[in-house]
Design a protein around this ligand. Structure first.
Ligand code: FAD
Length: 406
């Protein structure tokens, strides 16, 4: 059976679903192929281990596609302050949303909730069609379009195919697009806990001699804890039974956590930096983790993916309105030119943080302390960094600036 679309999106995760909503609302016929539907929401459900710090720029995109009210109707926690400190040098910076006249710096949202909200927003669009559960099996790129064979027997013909199928993108592999990548030799140990303190409005990051630790506030008296450690240390801690693990958290994390009452879930993620050698070929583009992955220290991964979506949607809408071919390489290269530099800049900034805040002796801790004090004590610098953290900096696509589609 053969079906036709303007744009075929492989992957209906947060990035693919956001692109489907943006293009579907703009009059494109969109088909999305997704291997696994997210579990429906119920308020009593346990918190998802994977959470994201959604920036104000990403929030604007989610407002533009009408998914943000769905997020708020499920679960999201605003954070107004962000504190960064170095345990050894005592250097400290506090970013506050009041410094830039905003009610919040961003929201912490579970990944599954973001995906569900976008799926709900897309459900109301007759122009978006889902193939789920289904997987991409084979792809033929022809002069005027692509032909994708799915494992459910359906073939979809489209003018453009977009890979939003995550870090191990099958589409990227089928298109023979190479990667520049390296492993950080660090894992993120993640735990969802119930705290004695009520819901917090702060995220914090503490640099310790063993590795950075972070707290992301979750709804009610809950928090997501992250500790970046060498893989053998993560393996050792993961092997502890729940009670010993909880005791270890109580000892290792600072009192700012507000006391840990109960461990709800734990897991770990290996950290790898990846950048696709190109984001596009004739009739094909990559977005989100399929194009780049980043050290999650500053929680920027999905935010970069959402900015890819906003830029790609803007480029495609303008090309269509100018009667251009949306799958032409010169059109897709506008998107790549827009996003590659921004993504590379953020990847590099995270690498600098990763190396600068590695456990070290000598003058490095002292220099770190000085840098954190400078960021805190110079209000113009602090405001500049605060604005960067909200995603409201650089060459922003229209939906991320205005909360509306072009
Ligand atoms: C420890 C850790 C903490 C993080 N914290 C943050 C944070 O605080 N803030 C932040 O912004 N980011 C964070 N990130 C990064 C963030 O999770 C990713 O950037 C984000 O999930 C990427 O979204 P995506 O939609 O591009 O890819 P994915 O979320 O991987 O989605 C890909 C989708 O494609 C589907 N798929 C894959 N292959 C196929 C196929 N062949 N056919 C059909 N469907 C397919 C999958 O089922 C999936 O639904 C963190 C990452 C890690 C590891």
């Amino acid at each position: 059976m053969e079906q036709h679309a303007d744009v075929l999106i492989i992957g209906g995760g947060m990035v693919g679903a956001a692109l489907a909503c943006a293009l579907g609302r703009s009059g494109f016929e969109v088909h999305v192929v997704e291997a696994q539907a997210p579990e429906p929401f119920a308020p009593e459900q346990p918190l998802d281990l994977r959470v994201s710090a959604v920036s104000l720029a990403s929030q604007a995109l989610l407002e533009a596609v009408d998914a943000w009210p769905q997020v708020l109707a499920m679960r999201a926690v605003p954070f107004r302050r962000m504190r960064v400190w170095d345990q050894r040098s005592f250097g400290e910076t506090v970013f506050d949303s009041r410094d830039i006249g905003e009610p919040a710096l961003g929201h912490i949202v579970e990944n599954r909730i973001l995906q569900l909200a976008l799926w709900r927003a897309a459900e109301g669009l007759a122009s978006v069609r889902w193939h789920c559960p289904a997987r991409l099996e084979a792809l033929a790129i022809e002069e005027h379009g692509v032909r994708a064979r799915l494992n459910n027997g359906i073939t979809v013909q489209a003018r453009l195919v977009v890979g939003a199928d995550g870090a191990h993108s099958r589409l990227r592999e089928l298109a023979h697009i190479g990667l520049t990548s390296w492993d950080y030799d660090v894992e993120a140990l993640v735990a969802t806990v119930r705290t004695r303190a009520p819901q917090q409005d702060i995220t914090w990051q503490r640099f310790t001699p063993s590795g950075p630790q972070a707290l992301l506030p979750l709804p009610g008296p809950h928090a997501s804890l992250v500790w970046y450690l060498p893989p053998d240390e993560v393996a050792r801690l993961k092997a502890l039974d729940d009670d010993t693990f909880l005791e270890m958290l109580r000892r290792a994390f600072p009192r700012e956590l507000g006391g840990v009452e109960r461990l709800l879930e734990r897991g770990s993620f290996r950290l790898t930096r990846r950048h696709a050698q190109t984001y596009c070929k004739p009739r094909l583009a990559l977005a989100g983790d399929a194009a780049h992955t980043i050290h999650p220290l500053a929680g920027q991964g999905v935010n970069l993916g959402f900015m890819d979506v906003a830029a790609l949607a803007e480029v495609l809408i303008k090309a269509r309105d100018a009667n251009e071919d949306i799958g032409a390489l010169h059109v897709l290269q506008r998107y790549e030119r827009w996003r590659r530099g921004e993504n590379l800049l953020m990847q590099t900034a995270m690498d600098v943080f990763h190396h600068a805040f590695k456990p070290a002796r000598g003058p490095l801790p002292w220099l770190r302390g000085l840098a954190l004090h400078a960021a805190n004590d110079l209000p113009p610098l602090r405001r500049l960094l605060t604005r960067r953290a909200t995603g409201r900096a650089g060459d922003l696509p229209w939906p991320a600036r205005s909360g509306r589609l072009p």
